[in-house]
Design a protein around this ligand. Structure first.
Ligand code: SAH
Ligand code: SF4
Ligand code: F3S
Length: 441
């Protein structure tokens, strides 16, 4: 038998890219590839890229530069670019880096085996179409490889919201939802392979409206209740949500569905209504705060996380202060914050930009506040009993690590429970980035 070819995939960007990389590795597995952890012995290198901020996009070119030597040593090595930079820049990537053999956009992954064959044959292979078919349905998977206890499952892709700063509607295309039965089948398959926790993914996951078995469109809440019936699936999460798509059923599910974990990522981006309007977010600071109140009424201990952009065009010090006020009022358990990055082709790119030193200063102040809140939320867990799903062994002998219901990293010393166990743990201390706990019962 021929030696299997080796595939090295490097993933940037969001969790949807992580999911896509897994599926691409499976698809290329059916072409005789096995994964390798280093580019040095690879027959194919695939970069799954992100275009969200300038830094992320530029990283791809410096990374490609690093593979020049490898390619010179090994002319058979094929280099591919997938993901959102592939979609946004297409053939331009091959012009800038002629050693790239293959470019494939996020909606064309089911064509990867054909593209790989074309590249193997010495031709340049490019596909950045937005076809109608469900790419995941056409991505063949290896039979029943065992999995770790947690998995991502993409249920919705694309975005129709067109926030003025964001490339996603252009790189991922229009919003589409996968049908309920396919999602449920995939969840059952994951559970059979050892998965206990599934995070449902979508750029706008709570706008999910997949075709249900009864012929009507189902909401995300209805999909969650259907997944709740899957035996052996113990935990459900979903990300990322838009405030305007948080419907009553989904809020209620946080209070009534025991498998739905008490953590919600609900980006707001800014606290000034003027800026929110210019961002085309279609909600106000006040309506967001009221929404958080309703979610907390349904599930009082829920941990809220968010995304923020500072230095959006025309943001004044007063506007920034409104973001700080909103953060004070909401009190986040976790947060991601970014300096606004100009993205070609988006409406905000044309507007008056905030100077870099002001962006830096605002980011520092915002992050200081968010870090304090994050730390307080973590410290508040000390003394509490929380559910943990153990994921793997820790660095110390006998130690196990996992995530709490509230998504905190927790480690337990001298822990007899293997990975995949759900247990009750009492939190005994709070460290820099994780909690320590002791197993109960
Ligand atoms: N669909 C999600 C998140 C998409 S991108 C949502 O609607 O919230 C993830 C985060 O990246 C965004 O929430 C935003 O905070 C940040 N982001 C997107 N475009 C950006 C840009 N041009 N500059 C800086 N941050 C950006
Ligand atoms: Fe981007 Fe806005 Fe769509 Fe989120 S909702 S992906 S920030 S355009
Ligand atoms: Fe990046 Fe594309 Fe995700 S731009 S954040 S990889 S959808």
């Amino acid at each position: 038998m021929a030696e299997p070819k080796k595939l090295f995939i490097k993933t940037y960007g969001c969790q949807m890219n992580v999911y896509d990389s897994e599926r691409m590795a499976e698809a290329l597995g059916s072409q005789g590839y096995v994964e390798t952890q280093t580019p040095d012995d690879a027959d194919m290198i695939l970069l799954n890229t992100c275009h969200i901020r300038e830094k992320a996009a530029e990283k791809v070119y410096s990374e490609l530069g690093r593979f020049k030597g490898l390619k010179a040593e090994k002319p058979d090595l094929k280099i591919g670019v997938a993901g959102c930079v592939a979609q946004a820049e297409g053939a331009e990537i091959m012009r800038r880096q002629p050693m790239v053999d293959l470019v494939v956009g996020p909606q064309s992954y089911h064509r990867l085996p054909e593209l790989e064959a074309k590249a193997r044959g010495g031709e340049k292979a490019l596909d950045t179409d937005f076809p109608e078919e469900d790419k995941f349905e056409h991505l063949k998977s290896r039979p029943k490889a065992a999995r770790g206890p947690t998995a991502f499952l993409t249920v919705q892709e694309g975005c129709d919201k067109f926030c003025a700063f964001c490339v996603v509607p252009y790189t991922r295309g229009a919003e589409v939802s996968r049908p309920v039965d396919r999602v449920v089948r995939e969840a059952q398959d994951l559970v059979e392979r050892g998965v206990r926790e599934i995070t449902l993914l979508g750029q706008n996951v709570n706008a999910y409206h997949g075709a249900g078995p009864d012929g009507t469109d189902w909401s995300l809440a209805r999909l969650i209740w259907e997944l709740d019936k899957v035996d052996g699936l113990e935990r459900i999460r979903f990300t990322t949500s838009h405030p305007n798509d948080m419907d009553d059923d989904l809020i209620e599910a946080h209070g009534t569905c025991a498998k739905l974990m008490p953590y919600l990522h609900l980006p707001v981006q800014a606290g000034s209504d003027k800026i929110l309007k210019r961002m085309n977010r279609a909600h106000t600071a006040e309506s967001y705060i009221r929404l958080i109140e309703r979610i907390r009424a349904a599930r009082p201990d829920i941990l809220i996380s968010g995304d923020f952009i500072v230095g959006f065009p025309e943001e004044t010090e007063e506007d920034f202060q409104a973001t700080m006020d909103l953060v004070e009022e909401v009190n986040y358990g976790y947060a991601y914050s970014f300096k606004y990055s100009t993205r070609p082709g988006t409406p905000a790119a044309e507007r008056a930009q905030v100077p870099e030193d002001e962006k830096n200063d605002r980011l520092q102040r915002l992050q200081a506040l968010l870090t304090t809140q994050q730390r307080a939320a973590q410290d508040a867990m000390v003394g509490k009993t929380v559910g943990i799903l153990f994921e793997r062994e820790g660095r110390l002998p006998g130690q196990m690590v996992g995530k709490s219901d509230h998504l905190h990293a927790v480690h337990v010393a001298d822990c007899p429970a293997p990975a995949g166990t759900l247990a009750q743990v009492r939190i005994i201390s709070s460290g820099a980035n994780s909690l320590a706990g002791e197993l109960l019962g």
